[in-house]
Design a binder for this molecule. Structure first.
Ligand code: AMP
Ligand code: GLY
Length: 418
């Protein structure tokens, strides 16, 4: 099977690597990919959000499957363009990707499907926002309705800051504050059958101890030894299946990766957000532990045959990913800094270096984005995977870079409680 991966971030590198390791996959291509992906895929400089160009490339390469990684191409309809060209595609239609693209839409689906989530008001004017802020009280949670690359949400005790964010965004969702640890549960679905993955945790704040501004994610690990027993089953029954059923009922079946971002509150599991694609960086440790052949599973999902695939299989042990970020991230990152030590890190037992913001300039690897790479390691347990990941991070040298030192430092359930 030949597979084209669309996108160029860490998630796409992790996908390409896992596809490369699937014996059923004979060739991986990437559009446009990144320098790390070049080791496992043939790169084609095609714009990931250009559906016509991606479909033309997939046709020309005669691939059996296209896997669309990021949300922007999904929302732009790249999966629709690929399917219209008669090629199997893993990734939701533009209509179904609205589950991530609009927080108000997601709330509507959850209400219809009786999925537990924070109480919320959709507000279009400063007066509506003010009323909602006062109804819920502090801490205030204000979310831009549209896609905002992880930067559209403000959680604050300062009412002026909350009202200011609402005014700056226009249409916002203002909701009840959820406390408790955050967990990500991903499911692969063909619009009907739902195959949940292991629970993972993402570390969203830039600094140790959950301090500082939100980022796209500074590290992640799986599984979560402290997660309540039966969590994945509960999430599958109460969140994932009802949501997939409701999307199908609306005539916009969701095919692809349904990402449930959850808070484990004192009153039970609540959905914080849905995403319509694999999470980054949770995908790095999840795919490092996945034993099932990824290409076979994603192709079955794309073709509506997921019921033929049994539950996903996992290696024993755990996996941890630690993100190395560029100078000034999550502000505007400095680019062009040389990156050394990647080979030394990869020579370590159980370690893969997953690229995200890297580029090759004059034959040398340099930074080109905020989250530069994620050192990902597997081990017999979280402690060993963590130790290996940090040994890998110690090998990598980038001027001005930074990383969190407490990724997967158990027990973390309290730490990631905001
Ligand atoms: P989102 O983009 O919806 O995932 O929100 C980004 C981050 O904001 C989440 O990962 C949480 O840490 C925080 N957040 C979102 N919604 C809430 C909420 N209702 N209560 C508390 N924190 C929240
Ligand atoms: N890990 C957060 C995200 O992918 O949105």
């Amino acid at each position: 099977m030949k597979v084209l991966v669309v996108g160029s971030g860490g998630r796409e590198h992790a996908l390409a690597l896992a596809l490369f390791r699937d014996p059923e996959v004979s060739q991986v291509y990437a559009a446009p990919g990144n320098p790390g992906m070049a080791a496992v895929a043939e790169l084609h400089p095609v714009d990931a959000v250009d559906g016509a160009a991606v479909a033309a490339l997939a046709t020309e390469l005669d691939v059996d499957l296209v896997v669309v990684g990021p949300e922007a191409p999904l929302v732009a309809g790249v999966a629709d363009a690929v399917r219209a060209a008669g090629i199997s595609c893993f990734g939701p239609s533009a209509e179904a990707a609205v589950l991530e693209g609009s927080k108000a839409f997601a709330k509507d689906v959850m209400a219809a499907a009786d999925v537990p989530t924070a109480l919320a008001h959709v507000c279009g004017t400063p007066d509506e926002a003010a009323a909602a802020l006062d109804a819920f009280g502090a801490p205030y949670v204000v979310k831009d309705d549209g896609l905002a690359a992880g930067k559209g949400v403000v959680v604050t005790d300062d009412r002026d800051v909350a009202a200011g964010h609402a005014a700056a965004c226009g249409r916002v969702v203002i909701e009840e504050y959820l406390d408790g640890p955050e967990v990500s549960v991903f499911a692969i679905t063909d619009g009907e059958t739902v195959l949940p993955m292991l629970p993972a945790q993402d570390f969203k704040r830039v600094h140790d101890g959950g301090e500082g501004p939100n980022t796209g994610g500074m590290g992640a690990y799986t599984p979560l030894p402290w997660a309540p027993e039966g969590l994945v089953d509960e999430v599958t029954e109460r969140v994932l299946r009802p949501t997939v059923r409701e999307m199908a009922r609306r005539g916009t079946p969701f095919t692809g990766l349904l990402y449930a971002g959850l808070a484990l509150t004192g009153r039970g599991v609540r959905v914080v957000e849905f995403n319509a694609r694999f999470g980054d960086p949770e995908t790095q440790p999840l795919l490092a532990l996945l034993e099932s052949p990824l290409g076979v599973v994603l192709k079955a999902a794309a073709d509506g045959r997921l019921h033929e695939v049994g539950p996903l299989k996992w290696r024993d042990g755990a996996a941890v990913a630690v993100v190395v970020a560029a100078h000034n991230y999550p502000g505007t990152p400095r680019t062009g800094d040389p990156i050394t030590g990647v080979d030394a890190a990869e020579a370590l037992d159980g370690v893969d270096v997953i690229h995200a913001g890297t580029a090759v300039r004059d034959g040398a690897l340099v930074t080109s984005g905020g989250r530069v790479l994620a050192v990902t390691a597997v081990g017999a347990d979280v402690a060993e995977a963590r130790q290996r990941a940090y040994a890998g991070v110690a090998c990598v040298d980038i001027d001005g870079c930074h990383h969190r030192t407490d990724i997967a430092a158990l027990p973390v359930e309290a730490e990631e409680t905001r």
